[in-house]
Design a protein around this ligand. Structure first.
Ligand code: AMP
Length: 300
């Protein structure tokens, strides 16, 4: 039995930032988010990789107590994403998106996952997100993330999924793009009208805003001196939040606020190194330390 099911991309990323570059390293939305969630609970992954995916990455996921029964190894090449960041590291610039095995993926949720109450539809084709969601008869809390690529190419399908989830996570530029407004409060209000009970707008190094039940909660970004690569910060944030909610089985607004701060703590660690290099090293104690640092940061 798993506590949280995560579907999303599993990737080999090539990334360049002002502090270095890496080629074909472990990445993908499901990878970052399930590793972040594993700090709090036992996630089960649904995704696909190609025959070229290094075995050591699967061994690493298993070592992190992540169930890989829903991970398919298919003929062909793994999904690849290439991008770069300039000195303003809030903005990722995509250089290439090669869907490869993702373009023919037919997700099959293992029977052992189907009673799970918490589901995270991490960034992947919204058609696949909908397909996975439809395989669950009963869930307690479903969260959804996406990105500009899908807003531009599959907006209708994306809005069909948005209508069916409890929580939508989206970054500031994507919220503006999706709602056609420059104002984030208006964008959040508009998104809430599309179906979800709550919307979180991620603002990179400037933190995150949670909108629900007539309230707006703001969590700051952690002021870090050494940011090397922000890739996966959004996914680590979401995975940390969902892992925390699943481990406490409490989706009250008060607990969501705590989850937002835990997610922010893990996302801040993620940015300190390339790929999952930093996430591989941190423990629950490190996350608790940074959670306390967040409390000190906003106390006055
Ligand atoms: P973020 O948390 O937004 O920085 O997400 C970064 C991850 O998103 C990278 O590891 C990529 O492999 C993955 N990614 C990039 N483009 C896509 C896409 N179109 N669909 C799914 N995942 C993607």
């Amino acid at each position: 039995m798993v506590d949280l099911v995560v579907v999303g991309s599993i990737a080999l990323d090539s990334v360049k930032t002002p502090f270095g570059d890496v080629k074909d390293v472990l990445g993908g939305a499901a990878t970052y988010s399930s590793v972040a969630a594993s700090i709090f609970c036992k996630p089960g992954i649904v995704g696909v990789v190609g025959a070229d995916f290094p075995r050591e990455h699967i061994d690493f996921l298993k070592k992190r107590n992540i169930v890989t029964e829903g991970l398919e190894i298919s003929e062909g090449k793994t999904f690849r994403w290439g991008g770069y960041y300039e000195y303003d590291m809030n903005q990722a610039h995509t250089t290439n998106t090669e869907l490869n095995v993702l373009s023919t993926f037919k997700p099959k949720v293992p029977k052992s996952y189907l009673g799970t109450k918490y589901l995270f539809l991490a960034n992947i084709d919204p058609v696949l997100q909908l397909d996975v969601l439809s395989q669950f008869k009963k869930t307690k809390f479903v969260a959804l993330d996406t990105m500009n690529f899908w807003i531009s190419t599959k907006k209708k399908e994306l809005m069909d999924v948005v209508a069916k989830v409890n929580l939508l996570l989206i970054n500031d530029a994507e919220a503006r793009q999706l709602m056609g407004t420059t104002n984030l409060v208006k964008a959040a209000r508009g998104l809430l009208k599309c179906g979800p009970d709550a919307v979180i707008i991620k603002k990179g190094e400037h933190g995150a805003l949670l909108f629900t039940d007539g309230i707006c909660f703001s969590a700051p970004g952690y002021p870090l001196e050494d940011v090397k690569d922000p890739t996966g910060a959004g996914d680590s944030f979401a995975g940390g939040l969902m892992g925390y909610l699943a481990s406490t089985d409490d989706t009250s607004v008060q607990n969501m606020k705590k989850g937002v701060v835990y997610g922010s703590a893990i996302a801040s660690y993620d940015t300190e190194d390339f790929s999952l290099n930093k996430l591989k090293k941190i423990t629950r104690a490190d996350v608790n330390d940074r959670y306390k640092a967040f409390e000190r940061l906003v106390e006055f």
